[in-house]
Design a protein around this ligand. Structure first.
Ligand SMILES: C[S@@+](CC[C@H](N)C(=O)[O-])C[C@H]1O[C@@H](n2cnc3c(N)ncnc32)[C@H](O)[C@@H]1O
Ligand SMILES: [Zn+2]
Length: 329
């Protein structure tokens, strides 16, 4: 972490300021701490910096499957790797934010490999990006070198930031995978300053996405399997099914049939060949591994946003779920 970013962090226990207690290793640029210790001036709690990332949680938690997923697929969904603009389109399509946000502070909650961190950083804003799993390490490899990015290993339920601080907060693909999505959502507005903008999404509950969705009948079993073993099984399954999936894809709405066969088929995005298959490994695992996976109705999600006292609320259904945009009064 860049020492310049220390002011962006507080102790998640006391909310007091942190200071650098020890530096064990710096980068070639000495203002980057690779390993060391932060300590809270109020309560004395200590937080290690490991591999350049300040750590407020350990990696052993319910999100470790995500850590594995984003380590194996650290670049798969980056636009610069896939050759399509899916991440950029989703970032701007959902947030409706301007492309130049220099001088602002953005908080990203649940970054995964950091495919959206990249686009948030390109706005010129200072971006603080956290995740609960060791996906932070994948994000650090891709975005840690950026002067305007701070990557943090932390929990949405105990975020180490000052309240009422950020101009913008976004949280994509995360809430449904927490043990209590509504409480997780309620954490987000606290970190926005007055007039700050929030954008968050969650899986939508429609008949097609719930009752008629094969994953819900299989996941109760697969979510209990060790992530490494499950990933190996997913790769074998996709490899075995791929010739059939390639034929099914050719018939009208064929990619929908593939999804029901538990083959995450993103051919509709224009992907093909090796990259299409990589996305299939990644997202089939992503369907089957999460410990928590909740779908909510648009009106339910909207009611949470209203309860959080945000204003100018908009919700919409997209291919990814229900998206909400709102402003803190
Ligand atoms: C499906 S991934 C989405 C990642 C990224 N936003 C994307 O769309 O590519 C969900 C992410 O939420 C993170 N997550 C789950 N529970 C969390 C929590 N309590 N606090 C912070 N992140 C959490 C997981 O570690 C995982 O990286
Ligand atoms: Zn403290």
């Amino acid at each position: 972490m860049n020492i310049r970013h220390l002011d962006l962090l507080v102790c998640p226990v006391s909310l007091g300021p942190l200071r650098v207690a020890r530096v064990d290793q710096t980068g070639t640029n000495s203002s980057y701490i690779i390993s060391g210790v932060l300590t809270c001036e109020s309560c004395g709690s200590e937080y290690p910096i490991v591999e350049g990332i300040p750590r407020f949680v350990s990696s052993e938690n319910y999100a470790s499957g995500f850590g594995l997923e984003w380590t194996k697929h650290a670049r798969t969904q980056y636009d610069s790797y896939s050759g399509i603009s899916a991440s950029e389109d989703r970032f701007y399509g959902q947030t409706h934010w301007a492309r130049d946000l220099r001088g602002q502070h953005i908080l990203e909650v649940g970054s995964g490999s950091g495919r959206f961190t990249e686009h948030a950083a390109l706005t010129g804003a200072t971006v603080v990006s956290l995740d609960y799993s060791c996906a932070v390490e994948a994000n650090y490899k891709s975005n840690g070198h950026r002067e305007n990015v701070l990557i943090v290993h932390a929990d949405i339920f105990a975020m180490p930031f000052a309240k009422d601080f950020f101009d913008k907060v976004f949280c994509f693909g995360v809430l449904q995978h927490t043990p209590d999505p509504k409480s997780a959502f309620m954490m987000l507005p606290q970190f926005l300053k007055s007039n700050g903008l929030l954008c968050a999404d969650i899986y939508k509950a429609t008949l097609r996405r719930t009752l008629f969705n094969t994953k819900h009948y299989i996941r109760p079993f697969t979510r209990k399997v060790n992530p490494e073993k499950l990933y190996t099984a997913v790769v074998k399954y996709i490899d075995f099914m791929w010739p059939l999936a390639s034929l099914i894809r050719k018939i009208p709405k064929g990619h929908g049939i593939n999804w029901q066969l538990l083959i995450a088929d993103y051919s509709s995005l224009g992907l093909s060949g090796k990259i299409l298959k990589e996305w299939a490994y990644l997202d089939t695992f992503d369907m089957l591994a999460p410990k928590y996976d909740m779908h909510v109705r648009e009106k339910t999600f909207k009611s949470w946003v209203k309860e959080s006292f945000l204003v100018d609320i908009e919700t919409e259904l997209t291919g990814h779920g229900v998206v909400a945009r709102a402003r803190k009064p």
